[in-house]
Design a binder for this molecule. Structure first.
Ligand code: EPS
Length: 385
């Protein structure tokens, strides 16, 4: 089974990702890893930390001549701002920030110092997740699957853009030209204004991020077991990203307020489209977000997530000193005003990883050659129905 583990503290020596279960022979595109790491570091609203870090991947194990060997793949990103043992630089934190892991973690680990909790809870860890996601996406590319993530909204400033298998390369170019990773120039400007205002107000901003997966074959995931459902796994993966409070697949929460006839996607058949991943079963819309009964249906998989505003507020919030139990303002740590653009890169990573996991569950193989052959054989069989 494809799994990953991360290790590392925000101000420790490094972020580490260990990926197990990739088949032998997957080409790992180092430039792709570094591009994604740089994108994750960027976006309008990031703080001073990102002027210190220069995230790049180092492959420590599981690779030979740029291809996976089939053993555990181990990768690191070194932290430049590494100062975990320096009490001056990373002092104890006794006044927990509402919305951060500070209070819950201090109670869990029986301490009045939130430092240990916040170092691991920090979104710095998502550098390692990006590595795991890139490795998974290198496998996906071998079977024609691409993941595309972007920012839909910052605060209330939201783009209405529709993303399709036909237009997404153009949408990606627009995203890459946007400081907020939103493929809509006028909306980008308004999102930047939201972030600027939040900074002036000593406040922070959240938003909506979205990932579309193109080229997904039908039959990934299963309705046969609750924990094999693809939508459940994607939701869990997206919800595990720091600061995510809500995950939607396709139409998401709007399904609740509409009649069935406006929610479900009609089924048609066009033999000329048999070569596509839909195998010719055309759906005029994709409210299901590419998943029915916990299984992919051949349409693009669409995952959306809502990120809360960052919990570290320059103005502080009402809190309590854990030593005295007296009311105090929460402690300020250097932080970002908005990390929604960065989170969109992490969403791509975790969604890509879950799709790759489902691909390997269905097609298996110790080598990429076997995975690819099994994948092609399945599609041939499905087309022959
Ligand atoms: C974070 C606080 C900030 C962020 C950090 C997450 O770090 P610092 O306290 O060192 O300024 O920049 O995110 C990253 C370092 C990163 O690479 O994403 C937090 O408290 O979660």
């Amino acid at each position: 089974m494809l799994t990953y583990t991360t290790a590392g503290e925000s101000h420790g020596p490094a972020c580490v990702a260990l990926v197990s279960g990739l088949p032998e022979g997957v080409p790992l595109d180092e430039a792709f890893f570094n591009t994604e790491l740089a994108r994750r570091q960027g976006g309008y609203g990031r703080g001073a930390r990102q002027r210190i870090e220069r995230d790049t991947v180092e492959f420590l194990a599981g690779v030979r001549k740029g291809r996976t060997l089939g053993g555990p793949l181990t990768m690191v990103v070194r932290n430049r701002d590494s100062r975990l043992d320096d009490d001056q630089a990373t002092p104890p934190v006794h006044r927990p920030r509402p919305g951060h892991a500070d209070l819950a973690g201090s109670l869990k680990w029986l301490t009045d110092d939130c430092r240990g909790t916040l170092e691991r809870a920090s979104a710095r860890e998502t550098a390692a997740r990006t590595l795991a996601g890139c490795a998974a996406r290198c496998l996906l590319r071998q079977v024609g699957i691409e993941v595309f993530g972007f920012v839909r909204a910052v605060g209330a400033e939201s783009t209405q853009i529709e993303v399709t298998p036909e237009n997404w390369p153009g949408v990606r170019a627009a995203r890459d030209a946007s400081e907020t990773y939103c493929p809509d120039a006028p909306v980008t400007e308004r999102q930047c204004a939201v972030i600027r205002q939040a900074k002036i107000d000593q406040d922070t901003a959240g938003g909506l991020i979205e990932a579309h997966v193109f080229g997904v074959p039908p039959g990934l995931g299963t309705c046969a077991s609750w924990d094999g459902r693809l939508d459940a796994r994607l939701a869990g993966a997206a919800m595990s990203i720091q600061a995510i409070k809500c995950v939607e697949i396709g139409m998401g929460k709007d399904v609740a307020s509409r009649p069935g006839s406006q929610v479900h996607d009609p089924i048609m058949f066009d033999p000329a489209k048999r070569a596509e991943t839909t195998l010719g079963f055309i759906r005029p819309r994709n409210n299901a977000g590419g998943i029915e009964g916990g299984m992919s249906n051949g349409m693009p998989v669409v995952v959306r997530a809502a990120m809360k505003p960052i919990a570290t507020l320059l103005q502080g919030m009402l809190s309590v000193d854990l030593r005295t139990k007296q009311p105090e303002r929460s402690q300020y740590e250097r932080s970002d005003v908005c990390a929604v653009p960065a989170a969109s890169v992490v969403l791509e990573a975790v969604v890509g990883f879950e799709i790759a996991r489902a691909v390997l569950e269905k097609f298996g193989g110790d080598t990429l050659r076997e995975t690819s052959a099994n994948y092609r054989a399945y599609l041939d069989a499905a087309r022959a129905l």
